[in-house]
Design a protein around this ligand. Structure first.
Ligand code: SF4
Ligand code: SF4
Length: 260
């Protein structure tokens, strides 16, 4: 009987520590040990560390159910949500770093809000119409297939994992990333948006947009909500190339497509 009793693992958390408010103190890794409990998530382990070992540890959580997108972090080098990641799926030594590409607030906490606000402003991430909105009229119906596609794109929780996992976004702060392309696609698909093909083309068709993407789909691998980012990328790229050909504009991407 005694051999069936499993002893709990002692997890070793190596956590990145840095407080930008103390610039003279260089970043360092600090080790904490925690006894693993059944169904322990990183959220539970980090809370336990903060409550019992170091109250100064900074990290973000709000909903604890993969909805608010606050708890993105690098878990053994891979972007993931802390609330969704169970320690049982990880080895005994767990390295935690803040998501790269976002401004660091301290330790594991980053400012994704500023990045997302700037991305939404750059792509005009809202419905644009030529005609004025008439509050008195009945909302135009939408077919189910289109509504489903828009719903899929709207499931993005703006956690930033796809941006942190993207090689291009890591070296180009102006790159829109998969979540930016997803945001654009969401409004491209929406029949209520009356922007012209050409105006979409101006938003996406440069190296900050779809032509900067190298298509290796790390974003698709790490998205904790399993958004169909590969489909989104193909959709936006197809639209951009079609618009490029119809405009007749001499663009490096067009020359590349013609050579292929
Ligand atoms: S496919 Fe690669 S380069 Fe393009 S957005 Fe995704 S991770 Fe970034
Ligand atoms: S696309 Fe996925 S990984 Fe990227 S921000 Fe949205 S939910 Fe997070």
């Amino acid at each position: 009987m005694a051999e069936n009793i499993k002893t709990a693992r002692i997890l070793k958390f190596d956590i990145f520590r840095y407080n930008p408010a103390e610039p003279d103190k260089p970043p360092y890794m600090q080790r904490f040990e925690v006894e693993e409990a059944p169904y322990m998530s990183l959220f539970l382990a980090l809370n336990q560390i903060r409550e019992e070992q170091d109250s100064s540890l900074q990290f973000d959580f709000v909903c604890r159910s993969a909805v608010c997108g606050s708890c993105g972090m690098m878990v053994n080098g891979r972007p993931a949500l802390g609330c969704q990641t169970l320690t049982a799926d990880l080895p005994e030594v767990i390295a935690l770093h803040p998501l790269p590409t976002f401004a660091l607030i301290g330790d594991l906490s980053v400012d994704t809000g500023r990045w997302f606000r700037s991305m939404v402003d750059r792509v005009n991430g809202w419905i644009e119409r030529e005609t004025e909105f008439d509050r008195a009229s009945i909302e135009a119906p939408m077919d189910n297939a289109t509504a489903d596609k828009i719903y899929e794109a709207d499931r993005c929780i703006e956690c930033g994992c796809c941006v942190a996992g993207c090689a291009v976004a890591n070296v180009r702060p102006d790159f829109l990333g998969a979540t930016g392309l997803n945001r654009i696609a969401r409004f491209m698909m929406d029949p209520r948006d009356q922007r012209s093909e050409q105006s979409w083309f101006e938003v996406v068709s440069d190296s900050e947009g779809v032509f900067g993407c190298i298509g290796m789909m790390a974003c698709d691998d790490v998205c904790p909500k399993d958004l169909p980012l590969l489909e989104v990328y193909s959709y936006v790229r197809r639209k951009a190339v079609a618009s490029l050909f119809s405009s007749g504009e001499d663009h490096p991407a067009r020359r590349e497509a013609e050579k292929a």
